[in-house]
Design a protein around this ligand. Structure first.
Ligand SMILES: [Zn+2]
Ligand SMILES: [Zn+2]
Length: 115
């Protein structure tokens, strides 16, 4: 067997700067291939210090990630409330539109033959 075909698992450990580095034949070792298949995301390096983080904004808590998290959380809450409002408004408008359309159709169909 050719040892050159072997790789070291490139899966970045969460909370560390090291990758897994277990010997494997693909990009990841068996464990991490399995986790990837299960839908787990590989941590990405923090933009500040390079440790593996699973956040979309790629900052660990110590590099300002907590502030971002709080801001996102607050924004998310606000956005949700706004979204619900808009949704309700849309629903009401659609109901109104449907009613209007019905009325318009009725108006267009004149003279209505009543039998
Ligand atoms: Zn691994
Ligand atoms: Zn960091």
């Amino acid at each position: 067997m050719n040892d050159g075909a072997r790789n070291k698992c490139g899966w970045l450990k969460r909370g560390g700067k090291e990758s897994c580095r277990k010997r494997c034949y693909g990009a990841y070792c068996g464990q991490h291939n399995y986790q990837l298949k299960k839908g787990m995301k590989e941590p990405e390096p923090c933009r500040g210090c390079g440790i593996g983080v699973l956040t979309g904004y790629r900052l660990c808590g110590q590099c300002g990630g907590n502030t971002v998290k709080m801001r996102l959380y607050r924004a998310g809450k606000k956005a949700k409330k706004q979204f619900e409002l808009v949704l309700r408004e849309l629903q009401e408008r659609n109901e109104g539109k449907a009613r209007d359309a019905q009325n318009a159709r009725r108006a267009q169909n004149t003279p209505v033959r009543e039998t």
